[in-house]
Design a protein around this ligand. Sequence first.
Ligand SMILES: Cc1cc2nc3c(=O)[nH]c(=O)nc-3n(C[C@H](O)[C@H](O)[C@H](O)COP(=O)(O)O)c2cc1C
Length: 230
Amino acid sequence: MRQGARSSVLNGRVSELEQVVRARRSIRLFHADRPVPRADVLAALDLASRAPSNSNTQPWHLVLASGSARERLVAALVEASRHREPAIPPLPAEFERMKYALGEQLYGSMGIERDDADSRRKAQRLNWRFYNAPLAGIVCMHRELHHVDSLGVGMFLQTLLLGLTARGLGTCVQMLIAGFPDVIREALDIPEHYEILCGLAIGHPVEDFPSNNLAIPRKPVDECVVFHDD
Ligand SMILES: Cc1cc2nc3c(=O)[nH]c(=O)nc-3n(C[C@H](O)[C@H](O)[C@H](O)COP(=O)(O)O)c2cc1C
């Protein structure tokens, strides 16, 4: 294909891509009884596998659980969370305030006050149920790979989210889930050589749940990008 022809085809698709990117948001309540079509998941996975990666190592490994495998996983996570806190590394103070702001917006949309610790905990517990999503994912990477390889996993994951969004499905990436790696490993028989990076909820969003319709703000571009022109 000639260069000009190729770029004009790509240009024609930019607005569609942009629409999908802007339509994606983290979904925190799904229809438990609406199954996720396997064909849609396979098509989105096929798209996601086009992600770039260091030396084409394709470092992503995704374990997906539905039906009784998902129930087993959820039961194990719920049980573990009754006895101990998930092992989540603390954020540096500079970033902690962003987590605080997110919490304000998220719990605010659910009508939960800042000092209502009980209601916050209750809302957070939905994490262990993958927010009722019928398809529960565990994102892994080989333990001996490095930071740079997790970039590839991230690119795979974002492309997967977009492919699912374009098919009318909702998603939520969940690091909290990875706070119980031993539990997940046992429930889904995940070998030790895979590091568990995060969970992934996939399903049909409950459209009128207020926190499914939040536009979580972003930093202005000039706060995170520096141009040097001379
Ligand atoms: C690596 C990663 C981990 C996340 N962990 C969680 C989580 O444990 N629970 C949750 O509800 N959302 C989680 N999220 C969703 C973020 O809170 C969300 O992406 C962010 O606030 C921006 O909102 P948006 O996705 O709706 O644009 C996670 C997202 C990423 C990328």
